[in-house]
Design a protein around this ligand. Structure first.
Ligand code: KG4
Ligand code: ZN
Length: 340
C-alpha cells in the first residue's frame, strides 16, 4: 500500500491526514481546532493563528502517523494547501511540507483549498460528473460547475460576506458566542421562522451573485426592536436568520441547476453542517432529479483529508523550492500540474 499525507493550515485548524492512494481510504484525519484560542476575540486573529500552527504542526503530524499506523517512510506523496487562506498560516504549512518532501525525497502537490472542499463530499466515494458544487464556509460562498478533477468553473459567489459570516455576525449581535453558526442552528430548532420578516437580498450585479452583509443589519434591527430578549425571542430570531440564509443558498442552487446539465449536487464547507441546509439540499434529489452528495460532518469544516483526496488526482510540481503561499484564490498555471 502507498500513502499520501495531506496538510491544511489555511485558517484556524491545524490538520494532517493520511490516505491510501489507490483506494482513497482515510487512515487518519487529525484536526486541531483553535476555536478556543480565538473565541475571546470574537473571530480569527491571523497572527495568533499562524503562531498556533507552528506550535501544533509537529504534534498533529506525529498523531496522524500514529493513528494511521504507519511510519513516515511509508509516505510516498505530500499534499499541502497553497491558496487561499491567511498568509502566515499557509506559510507554516507550506514550509513544513517542503521540508518534509525534501527530507523524505518524495513529491509535493499544492492544492487550492476551495477545490479541496468541493471534493470533500466524495471522500471514500466515487464522484458523479458533472456536478454543481457549493462551497459554503466562514470565508467563502461559491457555486462551481465541476466537469472533472481538472475542469472546475466558478459560476457565482457572494459579493460581500460569506454565509458563515452571516451566521457568525448575527449570533454576535444576539450575544450567543463564537462561532455562531452551530448555536444559531441549535436555537433555531425551537424557533418560529415566520415571526421576523427577513427577505432574501437581491444583488444588482447579476443573478449569479449572492449577498449576505445586509442580513446582519436586519438582525440588529429586530434585536433592538425587542424590549427584553427572551429565550423565545432568541430562538425565533435564530430560526428566521437561518431560514433566510438557507433560502438564499437554495434559490441560487436552483438557478444554476436550471442552467446546467448536472447529474449531481455536492455540498461542502463549514455551513454544510447546518441541519436545515442539509435537509433542503437533500430535497433537491426528488424535486430536481439529481443525486445529492453532502460532506460528512468531519469533512465539512477545514480538514486535511480533503486536501489529500484531491491530490490523488493531481500531479506533483517539478521543483518544490519556488512554491509560495498565495492568500488570494488564484493559482498560477505554472504552480500546478494537472493530470492529462
Ligand atoms: O469551513 P469552515 O471551517 O471555515 C472556513 O474555511 O471558513 O467554516 C466555518 C463556518 C463558521 O462560520 C461557522 O459558524 C459555520 O461554518 N458553521 C455553521 C454550522 N457549523 C459551522 N453554520 C451554520 N450551521 C452550522 N451547524
Ligand atoms: Zn475552508
Amino acid at each position: 500500500m502507498s500513502f499520501i499525507l495531506g496538510i491544511d493550515t489555511s485558517c484556524d485548524e491545524t490538520s494532517i491526514a493520511v490516505l491510501e492512494i489507490e483506494s482513497g481510504k482515510v487512515f487518519s484525519n487529525v484536526i486541531s481546532s483553535q476555536i478556543d484560542d480565538h473565541a475571546e476575540f470574537g473571530g480569527v486573529v491571523p497572527e495568533l493563528a499562524s503562531r498556533k500552527h507552528m506550535e501544533n504542526l509537529n504534534v498533529v503530524y506525529k498523531k496522524a502517523l500514529k493513528e494511521a499506523g504507519i511510519s513516515e517512510f511509508q509516505i510516498s506523496k505530500i499534499a499541502v494547501t497553497q491558496t487561499p487562506g491567511l498568509m502566515g498560516c499557509l506559510l507554516v504549512g507550506i514550509c513544513f511540507a517542503k521540508a518534509l518532501a525534501y527530507r523524505l525525497k518524495i513529491p509535493l502537490i499544492p492544492i487550492q483549498h476551495l477545490e479541496a472542499h468541493l471534493f470533500s463530499p466524495f471522500i471514500e466515494k466515487d464522484p458523479t460528473f458533472p456536478f454543481l458544487g457549493l462551497v459554503v464556509s466562514g470565508g467563502h460562498t461559491a457555486y462551481y460547475a465541476v466537469n472533472s478533477y481538472d475542469d472546475i468553473k466558478l459560476l457565482g459567489q457572494t459579493v460581500d460576506d460569506a454565509a458563515g459570516e452571516a451566521f457568525d455576525k448575527g449570533a454576535k449581535v444576539m450575544g450567543l458566542g463564537y462561532p455562531g453558526g452551530p448555536l444559531v442552528d441549535k436555537f433555531a430548532q425551537n424557533g418560529d421562522a415566520k415571526r421576523f420578516a427577513f427577505t432574501v437580498p437581491r444583488v444588482k450585479m447579476g443573478e449569479q451573485y449572492l449577498s449576505f452583509s445586509g442580513i446582519k443589519t436586519a438582525v440588529v434591527h429586530h434585536f433592538h426592536s425587542l424590549e427584553n430578549f427572551t429565550d423565545t425571542d432568541r430562538n425565533d430570531l435564530c430560526a428566521s436568520l437561518q431560514t433566510v440564509i438557507v433560502k438564499s443558498l437554495i434559490q441560487k442552487a436552483k438557478y444554476f441547476l436550471k442552467r446546467g446539465n448536472y447529474k449531481a449536487i455536492a455540498l461542502s464547507g463549514g455551513v454544510a453542517m447546518n441541519s436545515l441546509l442539509r435537509k433542503e439540499v437533500n430535497q433537491l434529489e426528488k424535486s430536481k432529479k439529481i443525486t445529492v452528495f453532502l460532506s460528512a460532518p468531519t469533512f465539512c469544516t477545514d480538514n486535511a483529508a480533503m486536501v489529500a483526496e484531491l491530490a490523488r488526482f493531481r500531479n506533483p510540481i517539478e521543483d518544490i523550492f519556488p512554491l509560495h503561499a498565495r492568500p488570494s484564490q488564484k493559482l498560477r498555471a505554472k504552480d500546478i500540474a494537472h493530470k492529462k
